[in-house]
Design a protein around this ligand. Structure first.
Ligand code: NDP
Length: 451
């Protein structure tokens, strides 16, 4: 008799834990999705008979490789590189590359898993993947970063391609690193194709890619507020992070009439009660990106602000919150504090910044709460548009792309409403995003038979 995966959630999760020992982030990501999906597929016998849940919780492949490079002092350094190709049911694998000491197989598997559903939500034909290395770019010279990127690509190139797997940037990987990796890919293969996104405008990049994740998160936030007849004018926002996503989210909040109170980095957070204006955001961008400075220096540049060493910003009362730094940076206790302080909406710019306890707190409080896979999909959406432009050998205008980004974020919001409307004015965006993204991938997998 055929074995079905028609088991209960604890039994299913027991199996996931057993098959993925020492991978807490991956197990957490699967658990979060499974909690919503189980109810939805309860009566869908086809999914069970075809073991879709089991198959979706298993990456297509995980590639791990050695990356050797030489530092400026002539020492040989050894790092580990990865590419997780999670699922290509609806398009080529697509997802960022992260350079950070915390990178390991569990973190990348969770990110690739989430990426798969996020990409599906955009409505564009992209599968899900993620890659990176435990290389720490902090404190490295530009030459060291170049040598590392070249060595990383010397192995990665054989696993990617414009119709196979299209990586992009993530934490620690910006335009400069994409340039070094693209240069090395081109040198090895002698091909100029859209194999990476986040490229420079002169060599195949797309306008608004840099801004897209942060802007998109705020468009999504505005869409959520609109369901309550509200907008961002006069609203106070607490934002974590001070990188690409955080600074562009802050910029869009300011453009839409809100007041940004905080930004942060791994050293602590800045609280500026006067508001972090466009001029101050520009200073942060230059200071963090070009000078590789720290957020604690903000208070010397803008007196009136305070720096809170080693702390996260969630205790600052606000109307809306945008976690835009990293995974598990907003814990259950922080979520309770935000709710108690009257926060009305949370849109995640980062991937899985809220831990499971925090997610449960936001759901119980019936907050307007958007998980990253819905609200931060703007970045990968514009990456998808970059792929289209590369294939067509053309470049769209900024206004066209801005409109496409807005439309895509609105479309994702609509998908969340379709599957997440719980009645009584409450929309469960986590459930909506999990079901909408996963349904598309699962239905494609069903069509392919047992592969
Ligand atoms: P950046 O590298 O530009 O910035 C990351 C920011 O987060 C920095 O301010 C960094 O501070 C801070 N940070 C990192 N680790 C911690 C920590 N443990 N505690 C507190 N702060 C920390 O990355 P991005 O802005 O590109 O990415 C941020 C998040 O958004 C990530 O989760 C990423 O996966 C996600 N994301 C990014 C997309 C993009 O288009 N860039 C697309 C979709 C999601 P410090 O300088 O001290 O390290």
């Amino acid at each position: 008799m055929a074995v079905s995966d028609h088991v209960d959630l604890p039994t299913f999760m027991e199996g996931v834990k057993k098959r993925n020992p020492h991978q807490p982030e991956f197990v957490q990501a699967v658990q979060e999705v499974a909690e919503d999906i189980f109810e939805f597929i309860g009566d869908k016998e086809d999914y069970h008979a075809q073991q879709i849940l089991r198959r979706i919780a298993e990456p297509d492949r995980v590639v791990s490789f050695r990356v050797c490079w030489e530092d400026d002092a002539g020492n040989i350094r050894v790092q580990r590189g990865y590419r997780v190709q999670n699922n290509n049911a609806i398009g080529p694998y697509k997802g960022g590359i992260r350079f950070h000491p915390s990178v390991n197989e569990s973190v990348l598997k969770f990110l690739a898993f989430e990426q798969t559903f996020k990409n599906a939500l955009t409505g564009l034909p992209m599968g899900g993947g993620k890659g990176g290395s435990n290389f720490n770019p902090k404190g490295k010279s530009v030459r060291e970063i170049m040598r590392f990127c070249q060595s990383f690509m010397t192995e990665l190139y054989r696993h990617i391609g414009a119709d196979v797997d299209v990586p992009a940037g993530d934490i620690g990987v910006g335009g400069r690193e994409i340039g070094y990796m693209f240069g090395q890919y081109k040198r090895i293969t002698n091909e100029f194709t859209g194999v990476l996104t986040g490229k420079g405008l002169e060599w195949g990049g797309s306008l608004i890619r840099t801004e897209a994740t942060g802007y998109g998160a705020v468009y999504f936030l505005a869409n959520m507020l609109a369901t309550k007849g509200e907008d961002l004018v006069g609203k106070t926002a607490v934002i974590s992070g001070s990188g690409n996503v955080a600074t562009h989210a802050a910029e869009k909040i300011v453009q839409l009439g809100g007041k940004v109170l905080t930004l942060s980095d791994s050293g602590g957070f800045v609280h500026d009660p006067d508001g972090i204006t466009q001029e101050k955001i520009d200073w942060v961008k230059t200071h963090k990106t070009h000078r590789r400075g720290r957020m604690q220096d903000y208070v010397a540049a803008f007196p009136g602000a305070t720096f809170h060493e080693g702390k996260t910003p969630w205790g600052v009362p606000c109307d809306v919150a945008l976690p835009c730094a990293t995974q598990n940076e907003l814990l259950g206790e922080d979520a309770r504090t935000l709710v108690a302080n009257g926060c009305r909406a949370v849109a995640e710019g980062a991937n899985m910044p809220t831990d499971l306890d925090g997610v449960h707190v936001f759901k119980a409080a019936r907050l307007l709460y958007a998980p990253g896979k819905a609200s931060n999909a703007g970045g990968v959406a514009v990456s998808g548009l970059e792929m289209s432009q590369n294939s067509a050998r053309r470049a769209w205008k900024e206004e066209e792309l801005q409109q496409m980004l807005k439309d895509i974020m609105l479309g994702i919001h609509q998908s969340c409403l379709t599957y997440g409307d719980q009645g009584g004015g409450y929309i469960d965006y986590v459930k909506g995003a999990n079901i909408a993204g996963r349904k598309k991938v699962a239905d494609a997998m069903l069509a392919f038979g047992v592969v």
